[in-house]
Design a protein. Sequence first.
Length: 256
Amino acid sequence: MNDVLYIPKNIVGSMNTSDNGVLATVVLSCYYRNSKLEEIISIKATSQFVCGSFDKRFMDSLRDGIKELEEKKYININWSDNDRYIIDMAPLEKLRAENYIILRTIEFIEIYRSGSKSRNSVLRCCLSIFGHWNVTSSIGSEYKGKICTISQNRLADSSGKDVRTFRKCLDYLEKIGIIYIARMSRHGKCGDDKKRLNNFIARSCDKDLCDSIASEGGKTINIDESNVSNMKRRYKQIYNQLAAGNYNYEPDVVDE
């Protein structure tokens, strides 16, 4: 399997993709090879590789996820016997070429061998963070693509989770050593108003960079009127979720 996974962002970042669908997308990215778009996938072998055992919950989730991806025409199943699948991944590869999130195989395995009962949610929240590294000109070049600077509320919205669930997953990712969080208490300025700085999040291997930007109090981040547009975007995401019947938000968020 591949050491570095390129996950199609348009699939795992879509509110129309379930957690099982996200899991299946990550698993298929483990198997993908540039020279061959049709792959033989074994549910049992994948469970053994990822979980270290024949994990029934994992295998059932993966089967359901593969079925979902086929129904949405992200893949074509050419043959299956409930354990093994011959899958044409050409549609998946087309989406991956447009935009992707990088996940390391060891990070994927760590999540599923950690013992969490909410592994699929943890995976999705992890991908939400990794899909929001700051690559804009507002951040110093040494930090670009390595630090997440947006709010936990926006990250929760992008993962389709309520804020409380997202924070639990965030703390868990930190606990098992996949991410590092520099928690901020200082404030920056947006016009004449003071704004509390968002926490900075990085991969654990980039801890020193994360501490460096935090120690500067976020001075390398331009805090400006973009906060207003970010808030409008957040409200729109919450409204769309509520309209779709997803009421898994804290009462104070709904009131806001």
